[in-house]
Design a protein. Sequence first.
Length: 569
Amino acid sequence: MARIRERDKKLFPLQTIASVVELFKNHLVNQDEPDLILLSLVLGAIEHSITDRRPCKNGAKDADRSNIEFPPLKLSTIDALYQKFETHILSNVSPIEKAREETTIEFLRKVSDVVWNSLLRSYQKEKAHMQTLFSYVTASKLDAYGVSYGVSAACQLLKRNDVRLALSEDHSWIVFGKSLDKSLEVTWHGKGTDDRRGQTADQGVQERNWRYQNSYALKCTRPMEVASLICAIDVHLSATTDSLELRNLQQALLWLLYDMGHLEKYPSALSTLADLQELKSTNSSLTPVKLYQKAIECNRKFYDNHYVYPYTFLGNHYYRRKIYKEALQCWSEAADVIRKYNYSREDESIYNIFLEISNSLLPDIVKYFSTGIVASRDSLLCDPECYAYILQFYDGVCQWEEDSDTPVLHITWANKVCFSLSKFDSDTRGRVHLDENCKEDDKENNDEKPLNIQEVVKQYSEFGETSPKIDEIARNCGEALLNKEFLDEGHGEPFTNNNGSLGSYPTKLNIEPRLTLRSTKMKNISSLLTATRFNTSAIELQLTAQSQVTLKHSAPARGYPRAKRQRRN
């Protein structure tokens, strides 16, 4: 029998979400470390049983989701899989290596090779449902994250307590040592077959690569490794269909870790939980927006604002709810983060997110307000703050491109930039003051944040007058209903009309926001951006100028030593 504890055995066969949650709770509330092997095998087996074939019965109502059943998972099945993984690792690591007191990079390379060399060479590495040890043991397949998790789990089996999983927003590796200050690449990244296995992660940090978060990657505790395993659950049955059982299981397990405080330093897990809450709320006191905001606070407090996804998650949430101004602000703040990095061709996932915002979401918002459905005084196209948010977004993208070997802004980008910006009238564009003089490391953020009701009552204008939001509340409190979403979360419109639709408050047309431009491209066209006549041809020409890509190569950037990179063929 494998090393499965007696209190865990009593929970088998696992057939409901409640029983799986209880198993995970057993591993998190006791002093012993959670068993990374067991928990990964369990989640992988459940995911396989649900996605490989639909369960025979699922009659539980959504209100009683803890009792939703899936095919029973027997102890004998998990025990056999556990023994197979255990035997494979222990038989391929020599007693001499296992007896070493200190974890060395040579030891980790050996363990990494044991996991790596047993993988099939002819499979699609990023195919769905290959992130758990179940896939490794049964099919000799793992995705990039699964390899890193497998190495960490193998080290736990070998009683190496100074080895942990390190996670960025799009990559994973191993950190080790008493202070977890040493690193080792153990997997590949992206679609390519090239990998940096056996090397440290230092080169990626020196290159200011987004995949390495400028040394602000998440260094997991054991419970955070469990959280990463839960976040990695693939709920998709197909490209268009999700599994209700897996989604509910993921949500229940994330709430378990949230309540125990293990997500406090994990912004991606908080954002994932917020997404699940948006689909189906199970906690009335923590709305999706509050969870998204917790992820942003976590990012700022623990990681010096080096994570992009908390802002894009919240921005996309606002977009889906048609809260467009706040969406623009979140996307501009996401671009403020990405400017800290150098773009490379391996940044496909984050590139596609910014591409979608620029070429799809922003034009959709502009088209919506261009139709005349919304009165001009309420239109975002008459709001200089919104214009400033869009400029800040593109300024960040342009600075991401600087010092990079590959350009970001091609002609399609430039066309969409001009389309979105040109829809703002000359008066609105002229109210934005663009400052081109700033120090390289200065981060100015003069953009106004969404206000909640407590902040509204304290807000005064420059001349001591009350906020327009307060004036609107005073004028209409007897004629319209207060919007609960505005009171609870501080975004949206203050009132709903008598028919239940959202009302509006007057756009603050007298506001003249100030924005500091820091990218060379945006500085070069600053006068065109606020000119009476919008010169599309000149702006497109400047934005697609590839000469800007290789600026500043002669000096270190933002305090990080620069390593010259090879141009890929």
